[in-house]
Design a protein around this ligand. Structure first.
Ligand code: ADP
Length: 481
């Protein structure tokens, strides 16, 4: 698209908006590329109104009767978040070209339009321009390795050990020869091969013998006579975690939601709730070709022959934390979950100087973390578009609350003071440095704790609605005084 082409959000010269960037006394106009829980949340949010137009899903009932938008009624979901005092007002006249305040866009849209877009002060859009630095498997590891090396150089080897949370990984084909050397040093171990840019377990396989990979490499990377053949796909080959923590004999990984509202300074929120995804079949190293045993992706597991959609393969993170605490004690679990905080912060710092920081952008990442049998957490991957499609009622409630609270953190309604450390289920984990919990917020802390603890409550109680009510009442009185 050439510079100056008008795209949704491209407002240069139109001047239809308050130049100070305050939305003021009118409804908040949003666009959304997805047709799942996020759309329900947006439609159910008092005072928010959908903008019709290209790159947006079909207009809904709220367009036909704008007043409904303010009443919180929705055709698809129910508002489970705080219904504040925000007053819906009649919509202003607008062009239907996508004049928006908030855009939950897909990554492709952003890639195509970001460079030609002009955004007003207050506009918010999902994704940072080069989010793939963290979400492509090969780039994530490259960035982590670089920061690890730099840390070792500047602060010593011991500090570098805090990066030992990602399995040994090489990019293929570029690092094939280094991989072969490493392979020979560790005969008999299992490796996992993953396409760098695919998702949902597609194209993944495990292997033990070098022969498996040389055969595969021949098929995949040998030059063919066909000149139209596409460039070979980049893969990562990674050491397979052979001793995953098992519950009921099954392997699982944990989905953790992380919100970044700024990379400079780095400002990070961590959501209390998430889930563990179990494989459907008991774990064993005998059948490394069986994806139902080794890959915990829901997309894979739901095709397992004995998959029970009612039972699903999920536990809430609260359930998991409770189970682990009962088994290993609160301290051991605190240490394990602190390891997840470390993974989050180190991985974000590894791209902090690379990500194109833009105050209009935010990102909600889905981290996939696997515990080994010593309860050590390992980073498997980071998603910039974690699935927002619900697999059942409980999953819907989780995602609805998560997304509603994300909008509460972004606070386009301007209801907060800006000093909050907790908004609904989101806790502020980092703001240019670690955040400590306020006194009295000692959930998940061992009995008798008085010392400062990090403001991190993954898997702790999430009574978000009550917290929001108290928060907004307090913020209102602070603002009045
Ligand atoms: P995708 O993006 O296709 O989901 P992932 O890297 O998340 O790819 O891997 C899919 C699944 O495979 C993970 O959820 C996990 O269960 C398993 N897995 C991936 N890497 C490893 C590893 N190094 N060790 C053990 N299991 C792994």
């Amino acid at each position: 698209m050439s510079k100056g082409t008008k795209v949704p959000g491209y407002m240069q010269g139109k001047g239809s908006r308050n130049p100070r960037g305050i939305i003021g006394d009118r409804e908040i106009r949003y666009k959304c590329s997805l047709q799942n829980t996020i759309l329900d949340v947006l439609r159910g949010r008092p005072g928010w109104q959908e903008v019709p137009g290209q790159n947006n899903i079909q207009p809904n009932v709220n367009q036909a009767n704008p007043k409904q938008a303010g009443s919180g009624s929705t055709t698809q979901g129910t508002t489970s978040g705080y219904k504040g005092s925000f007053q819906s007002i009649p919509p202003i006249t607008r062009n239907s070209d996508g004049d928006w305040d908030f855009y939950w866009c897909d990554r492709e849209w952003l890639a195509q339009n970001y460079d030609t877009m002009f955004l007003y002060e207050h506009q918010k859009i999902l994704h940072f321009r080069n989010h793939y630095e963290l979400t492509r498997k090969n780039l994530m590891v490259k960035n982590l390795k670089r920061l690890k090396k730099q840390t070792e150089r500047e602060l010593g080897k011991a500090e570098g050990q805090s990066f030992e949370f990602f399995p040994t990984t090489y990019e293929l084909p570029s690092e094939y020869h280094i991989f072969v050397e490493e392979f020979k040093k560790n005969p008999g171990i299992i490796w996992i091969m993953k396409p760098a840019a695919r998702a949902q377990g597609r194209g993944i396989f495990l292997f033990r013998r070098l022969k498996d990979i040389t055969d595969w490499k021949k098929g995949e990377y040998q030059p063919l006579s066909d000149p139209n053949r596409e460039v070979p796909e980049t893969y990562v080959v990674q050491r397979y975690i052979e001793n995953p923590y098992l519950i009921g004999g099954r392997k699982f990984d944990v989905r953790v939601y992380v919100l970044v509202v700024s990379y400079n300074p780095l400002k990070v929120w961590l959501y209390r709730s998430g889930f563990a995804r179990f494989s459907n079949t008991r774990f064993s190293l005998d059948s490394i070709e069986d994806t139902y045993v080794h890959l915990t992706n829901v997309a894979i597991q739901k095709n397992a022959p004995d998959y029970d959609p009612d039972k699903g393969c999920k536990w809430s993170t609260q359930q998991l934390r409770k189970y682990l605490s009962a088994k290993h004690g609160v301290e051991a679990v605190k240490k394990a979950f602190k390891g997840i905080d470390n993974i989050i912060i180190k991985s974000l710092q590894s791209v902090q100087k690379i990500i194109i920081n833009d105050k209009h952008c935010f990102e909600m990442y889905g981290y996939d973390v696997l515990f080994d049998s010593d309860l050590k957490p390992w980073l498997i991957e980071i998603n910039a578009s974690p699935s927002l499609t619900a697999s059942g009622k409980e999953d819907y409630d989780l995602k609805f609350g998560l997304l509603n609270d994300l909008l509460n953190v972004l606070d386009l309604e301007n209801r907060l003071t800006g000093k909050e450390k907790r908004v609904g289920g989101w806790d502020l984990l980092w703001e240019d440095g670690p955040i400590l919990a306020d006194d009295g917020n000692m959930e998940c802390a061992p009995n008798g704790t008085t010392a400062s603890i990090p403001n991190s409550f993954l898997g702790c109680h999430n009574e978000r609605k009550r917290q929001l009510r108290e928060l907004y009442t307090a913020a209102q009185s602070i603002k009045k005084s």
